[in-house]
Ligand binder design. Structure first.
Ligand SMILES: Cc1ncc(COP(=O)(O)O)c(C=O)c1O
Length: 362
């Protein structure tokens, strides 16, 4: 029996996709072999590689002057790949520190160039996004880096930074959850394990001019150069074929569900339901400034924090998996990515109501 899985990542995938993968696991497309057993140079896989790129382009309306790359190493590897590929201009980049991963990205980049943390929300444990109109962005930077959705702290950039420089964005926990104008970005990267596929696939969407027209730093390893994978159509070495295959099934599924605009509508509805309930409950709280609340990762606490542990424990007994918050925040976190149906959110709210009623005098 499947239960509602609120894990922040790896996370729930659409059931129809898992069923199709199950059906095809022993014999992919009449080949008599599993997709995990086929050469990445075989036609059967090359078709998936091409179709997945095309489907992602359609879903995100990615302009032709961008490369779509499927790489490995997770978003964390991109913390190094971005500066190593892009700091070949002025050698300067600005970072917005809105959480743990944003800070890790900054610390990694600082090893390779003149990198500045131009704003931070660490003073209030990352419960807000700094006011972008007051950020002292430096002139003549190679890029400005930010984390679109902060998975641990449950915040989201309500608007994109307005800068003359290229935007480099970690979109790991929000890719495909809402419509974004790709042409505003220099590079978007995302680990697949939240909204797209199993772990082990990283999506990179990068402006061609930043790959063909800018020299990576000399120390950039061949494998991390965007040009290496761009020239090889993401087949420079053996890719994570299975994750790309699942990603493609997810892309097809999203296209059938009304694309990213369709997802955004449902995601807004799901998040609204949950935040409205939290705000009205008198029993639970959320500490994120409303404007910056994430639609993907909803953090909350019992007002009486002594009850948080019992909540998570009892939730697990009521068909709700992985609701415990990250240790840097505490409390609970409901990750409600694309594949979490609205019924799952309603089920969670139902349990929250029951728990609140049973513990109102605690
Ligand atoms: C926003 C964000 N960036 C980066 C990471 C790290 O990703 P990976 O494990 O793919 O390196 C995560 C993982 O949860 C994340 O949520």
């Amino acid at each position: 029996m499947r239960i509602y899985n609120f894990s922040a990542g790896p996370s729930t995938l659409p059931e129809t996709v898992l069923r199709q993968a199950q059906e095809e696991l022993l014999d992919f497309n009449g080949t008599g072999m599993s997709i995990t057993e086929i050469s990445h140079r075989a036609g059967a896989y090359m078709e998936i590689n091409t179709e997945a790129q095309e489907n992602l382009r359609r879903l995100m309306a990615i302009p032709d002057d961008y490369y779509v790359l499927f790489v490995q190493g997770g978003a964390s590897q991109q913390f190094a790949a971005v500066p190593l590929n892009l700091l070949g201009g002025s050698g300067r980049a600005d970072y917005l520190l809105t959480g743990n991963f944003a800070t890790k990205a900054y610390e990694e980049a600082a090893r390779y160039g003149d990198v500045a943390a131009v704003a931070s929300s660490a003073d209030k444990n990352y419960t807000y996004i700094p006011d972008l109109s007051t950020v002292p962005f430096r002139p003549d930077t190679d890029y400005v880096h930010f984390t679109h959705n902060n998975t641990i702290f449950g915040t989201r950039f309500a608007e994109l930074p307005q800068v003359a420089s290229e935007l480099a964005c970690d979109m790991s926990s929000s890719i495909l959850s809402e419509v974004v104008d790709v042409s505003r970005f220099g590079v978007i990267y995302a680990g697949a394990q939240k909204n797209v596929a199993p772990a082990g696939l990283t999506i990179v969407i990068v402006k061609k001019s930043l790959v063909d027209g800018r020299k990576p730093l000399d120390i950039c390893p061949t494998m991390l150069k965007y040009a290496t994978q761009a020239k090889a159509d993401s087949l420079y070495n053996t890719p994570n074929c299975f994750a790309v295959y699942i990603a493609n099934l997810v892309f097809r599924h999203l296209l059938e569900q009304g694309g990213v605009a369709g997802m955004e509508k449902i995601n807004r509805e799901k998040a609204q339901l949950l935040y409205d309930y939290i705000d009205d409950s008198g029993f639970y709280t959320n500490s994120v400034e409303k404007k910056y609340r994430s639609r993907m990762n909803v953090t909350f606490f019992c007002k009486n924090k002594d009850l948080d542990a019992a909540f998570a424990k009892q939730a697990a007994q009521n068909g709700i998996a992985s609701i415990k918050g990250h240790r840097m925040v505490g409390g609970m976190r409901a990750s409600i990515y694309n594949a979490m149906p609205i019924e799952g959110v309603k089920h969670l709210i139902g349990f929250m109501q029951k728990f609140a009623a049973e513990n109102k005098n605690a």
